[in-house]
Ligand binder design. Structure first.
Ligand SMILES: Cc1ncc(COP(=O)(O)O)c(C=O)c1O
Length: 373
């Protein structure tokens, strides 16, 4: 079975040796503090380092605006818990990260999907939705290499999103775990860069550019949010793993992170190119794929008469797996869609996997008399 389904970063580039060295040094030098309880907002030194990384991306912030979390997943949950009451409207990209949809549903949000084009969330439709839903509390966006589509929002649209949010008194939740994994095109500013009023809560993570197993992410927000989010974090788990925080901090201090990130980008670029070339040559007529500038995913659109859950079953018979599109939709599912991951298989495996996928698609379409749209 070749799985192009999961969302795992490539372990080939996990800096195991460097993390072991950092870990040994933490035990040798800071063992007693690293193994003690810590602060809810996180290890001070790591908060400083994160604040510096965030300033480097054009966001005006200090360590006081930073809280370390147990991955972006926890940040999403904390923001949901803080801001969403049953019935509150949240505008989300359609499709979007399925775990966020689950979190928002858990807190009783009324989810309204905003369609995207190849440059992410459409601002004309956002404007319309804000008019139709004046009660909107939150806009949720993944501006870089979106999960699941791979789309990236350009600066001008980011600025417009922020202007619309301000004009309508809405908070933006910017979920940005993939930003460093850019292998082509030009880096865009975070939406938070355009924030002069403190209405953007920015999230990122160590999972995609370092390792996910340390379970470390962070939030950057205005003090008005921080004074509620930090006690909430404390009542959830007191603080994120202190040892992990010390190790990550030492790793950042002692290693050339830019060089490490470039290796990840080069590898993912190669894998993405292999996948896209293979799709271009073999996808059945009427099917298209997105063209991401980074991240780990691309999105395939087959004709809408293709039921991708049934197609998935056909693919399993061909020993290849993907994630059907349906769970990524907040409301009305667009049929015929699915997500492919290119970070966690080598080029030869990707090539074989896409060949199997395209064979299965052709067989499914023939059997079900699917016509290209
Ligand atoms: C858009 C998005 N947000 C958040 C997460 C969670 O990441 P973390 O490992 O930091 O909890 C993921 C993980 O795949 C993701 O794709």
């Amino acid at each position: 079975m070749i799985s192009l389904a999961g969302g795992l970063p490539s372990p080939d580039l996990f800096p195991v040796k460097e993390l072991k060295k950092a870990s040994d040094e933490v035990f040798d030098n800071d063992g007693k503090t690293a193994l003690q309880y810590g602060m809810a907002a996180g290890y001070d030194k790591l908060r400083e380092q994160v604040a510096q990384m965030t300033r480097d991306r054009g966001v005006d912030c200090t360590a006081d605006n930073v809280a370390i979390t147990t991955g972006s997943e926890q940040s999403l949950d904390l923001v949901g818990k803080l801001l969403i009451n049953p019935g509150d409207t949240v505008l989300v990209e359609e499709p979007t990260y399925l775990c966020t949809l689950d979190i928002l549903r858990t807190y009783g949000a009324n989810l309204v999907g905003i369609q995207m084009d190849e440059h992410g969330m459409r601002m004309d439709l956002l404007k319309k939705a804000l008019k139709e839903h004046p009660e909107t509390k939150l806009i949720y966006t993944i501006p870089n290499f979106q999960n699941p589509t791979g789309h990236t929002i350009p600066n001008a649209r980011r600025e417009e999103m922020e202007k619309l949010a301000i004009a309508n008194g809405v908070v933006i939740l910017e979920d940005d775990p993939y930003n460093r994994v850019r292998y082509s095109g030009k880096a865009q500013f975070p939406v938070k860069h355009f924030d002069n009023t403190g209405n953007v809560i920015y999230l990122s993570s160590f999972s995609k550019f370092l390792v996910p197993g340390l379970r470390l992410g962070w939030m950057v927000a205005d003090p008005s949010f921080m004074k509620k989010l930090i006690p909430m974090k404390q009542s959830t788990d007191l603080h994120s793993d202190n040892l992990s925080q010390y190790i990550a901090s030492r790793y950042l201090a002692e290693n050339d992170v830019t060089k490490h990130v470039k290796q990840i980008c080069d590898l993912y670029h190669k894998r993405a190119e292999t996948m896209m070339k293979e799709l271009d040559e073999n996808l059945p007529e009427g099917s298209t794929h997105s063209n991401p500038e980074g991240g780990m995913f691309l999105w395939v659109k087959a004709p809408e008469t293709v039921n991708t859950v049934d197609l998935f079953k056909e693919c399993i018979k061909h020993h290849v797996a993907f994630v059907p599109g349906a769970p990524f939709y907040s409301n009305k599912v667009k049929q015929g869609t699915f997500r492919l991951n290119f970070s966690n298989a080598d080029s030869a495996t990707i090539k074989k996997g896409i060949d199997r996928l395209c064979d299965a698609m052709k067989e499914y379409m023939k059997k079900n008399e699917v016509k290209a749209e």
